[in-house]
Design a protein around this ligand. Structure first.
Ligand code: UDP
Length: 241
C-alpha cells in the first residue's frame, strides 16, 4: 500500500516553497514547490506557469544524481508533481554561492564584465537575513555570529566546490552553461551537514551553450520575456519532457 502523508502544520512559507510537518513522521518534512516567483528581496512579485512542478521535478532529478556521486542531501522521495519528502534539517543561515562565469551581483562588486569566464570558481557566503538584504560575509563574520564553526565553514566550501565540479559537466552535456548558483545546507539530528533546499532555474544561472541565451530566473527578474518557455526548456533538456 502507498504510504500516507498527512500534513499537520505549516512551519515555513518562503518565496518559492512551503514546509509542513507530517503526522507520525517526526524526522521528515513535506516540501511543496509553488508557482510564485519573487526577485530583488521580494520587491518584485509574480507567478511562473508550472514552476512548482518543474522545479520539484528538477530538484528531485539533480539531488538523486548528486547522491549517486556521494553528495549527502535531504531528499527522501518525491510524492506528487510538486511535493517531496525531505529529512528535517536545522538550516545553517548561510547561502553559499558558486560562480564560474561573471554575472549578477559580481558585476557590481568587481571590474569583471558579464560573461567573462573566471579562471577559477569563486565561492561566496551570504548571511541569510531578509531584513539585512542577505549581505555577503566572510568566515570571520560567520564565526562572530556563530552561524557555523571553522570546520563547518570548510565543509560548506568543499561541498559546494564538489557540487560545482559535478554539475558543470552535467549541465554542459545538456547544452547549458552553469554560470552561478546558490546552495543551502543544514544539519540532521546527528549534526551531519546535508545539502538542502533546491537546485533549479530559480537558484542557478543557466545559459544556452551555443547562443548564451538566459534560461533562468533572470528572464523574470529583468522582464526579458519567455519566462515559462525557459523553465520548460530546462526541464526538457534535463528530464526529457
Ligand atoms: N541566488 C539565489 N537566491 C538568492 C540570491 C542569489 O538563488 O537569494 C542565486 C542566483 O539565482 C544566482 C546566484 O545565486 O544564480 C548568484 O546570485 P547573485 O549574487 O549574482 O545575486 P542576484 O544578482 O542574482 O541577486
Amino acid at each position: 500500500m502507498a504510504e500516507k502523508y498527512t500534513k499537520i502544520k505549516k512551519i515555513y512559507e518562503g518565496k518559492a516553497k512551503k514546509l509542513y510537518t507530517l503526522k507520525g513522521k517526526p524526522g521528515v518534512l513535506l516540501q511543496e514547490f509553488k508557482d510564485d516567483a519573487t526577485a530583488f528581496n521580494a520587491k518584485k512579485k509574480g507567478t511562473i506557469l508550472n514552476k512548482g512542478i518543474i522545479n520539484c521535478g528538477l530538484t528531485t532529478y539533480i539531488f538523486t544524481f548528486l547522491k549517486k556521486r556521494g553528495v549527502k542531501n535531504h531528499l527522501v522521495k518525491q510524492i506528487s508533481p510538486n511535493e517531496q519528502i525531505v529529512k528535517r534539517l536545522k538550516i545553517i543561515p548561510i547561502e553559499v554561492v558558486v560562480r564560474n562565469i561573471a554575472a549578477g551581483s559580481l558585476l557590481k562588486k568587481t571590474n569583471l564584465k558579464e560573461g567573462q569566464q573566471l579562471s577559477k570558481p569563486i565561492v561566496e557566503f551570504y548571511y541569510k537575513d531578509d531584513a539585512k538584504d542577505d549581505p555577503m560575509i566572510n568566515d570571520s563574520h560567520a564565526l562572530a555570529m556563530k552561524l557555523a564553526n571553522e570546520k563547518e565553514l570548510n565543509t560548506l566550501r568543499q561541498t559546494a566546490s564538489k557540487i560545482n565540479s559535478i554539475l558543470k559537466p552535467f549541465f554542459l552535456k545538456r547544452g547549458l552553461r552553469l554560470v552561478d548558483f546558490k546552495l543551502e545546507f543544514g544539519k540532521d539530528n546527528k549534526g551531519t551537514i546535508l545539502l538542502g533546499d533546491e537546485i533549479t532555474p530559480d537558484t542557478c544561472r543557466l545559459w544556452d551553450k551555443k547562443t548564451n541565451k538566459k534560461l533562468d530566473k533572470d528572464r523574470f527578474r529583468f522582464d526579458l520575456g519567455g519566462v515559462n518557455e525557459a523553465y520548460a526548456e530546462v526541464r526538457k533538456r534535463i528530464i526529457g519532457k
